[in-house]
Design a protein around this ligand. Sequence first.
Ligand SMILES: Nc1nc2c(ncn2[C@@H]2O[C@H](COP(=O)(O)OP(=O)(O)OP(=O)(O)O)[C@@H](O)[C@H]2O)c(=O)[nH]1
Ligand SMILES: [Zn+2]
Length: 354
Amino acid sequence: MTLTEYGLTPARAAQQPAGLTLARITTQDRTLYTAVVETGSVRAEVAGRLANMAAGPEDFPAVGDWVLLRGTPTAGDVAIIERLLPRTSVFSRVAAGRSGTEQVVAANVDTLMLCMALDENFNLRRMERYLAVANASGAMPAIVLTKADKAPDLTGQLSAVRALSGEAAVVFCDATRTDGIAALAALIDPGKTVAFLGSSGVGKTTLINRLLGEDRLATGAIRENDAHGRHTTTSRDLLLLPSGGIVIDTPGMRALSLLDADTETTFADITDLAAHCRFNDCTHQQEPGCAVQAAIAAETLDPERLASFRRLQQEQAVNVALRGRARERAKIDQIFGSRKQMKQVMRASKQRRR
Ligand SMILES: Nc1nc2c(ncn2[C@@H]2O[C@H](COP(=O)(O)OP(=O)(O)OP(=O)(O)O)[C@@H](O)[C@H]2O)c(=O)[nH]1
Ligand SMILES: [Zn+2]
């Protein structure tokens, strides 16, 4: 086993200072991690406080992260995580409990496979939402249309998706055929990390199993769900594919809540049009000289796409506000223990100054 198989690049390798060992997190169970080093797997825990840690839960390692371990642990050791290396991409969700608290579920995904079935669940607005999330994450989006055997109008559906895909590759799969996922497999380069996003039942497990090779893992063996539908087997969060790719498969990754969205990139056609509106602050509703409304009148822009753009923008604004507040709370808790204690500290320091 070598770290290159786990996606180590020369640029990452250069980030290893003397006395510390580079490792990639493969599983996480609360504060206990498994990580791979050059000689194999180690169990790892975070040092009391990460050297470069700011404050929030987003600063803790997650599956896919590159970290630096204290000393030179080898396979089977229990290691201490000293530092978290910068991420190329990050996926978060709102943690259960306190509203707005961010929880990182995966990091350093190169390509995010946005999965949608071509059957009756096909929905272009949902794909726009996935694209907005992917475009904000730092990972490259790719669109994977599943269940091609159930497509009522494959050609029409493909061109509708291509019209909104931007830079993302678009492939379709039919898992009922032996060669049905070749186009997907071709998107996964050796040493690159991918993850699958899509609603329940679109066929993500089926695709991952196919990529792993059927003889290696039978369906159902990858994920042993408990009564709450969560993984009980956490040892399969980061998987090596026989073809040399890496798949991150965590439950939080599969159904993403919209924490970050990049509507500018995702709706580049609309933002380009808006640049030609007469008024800088045009809301594209009934202003004169609105280039967006003109495109709708000319039937070159789908009004539903404009509605989708608006909806995502509004949701994003709310999320940004919520997140700002949650981050502030987390910082206060970390520094002072609680808001109440912070107030006491402030009062005391005010009195001292008098
Ligand atoms: N007809 C058809 N059925 C498929 C195809 N791919 C998957 N299925 C079926 O769709 C169902 C759901 O597939 P899964 O792979 O479990 O879906 P999933 O996205 O992993 O679902 P969750 O685990 O709930 O997230 C299964 O019954 C599969 O056999 C396909 O290409 N064509
Ligand atoms: Zn306008």
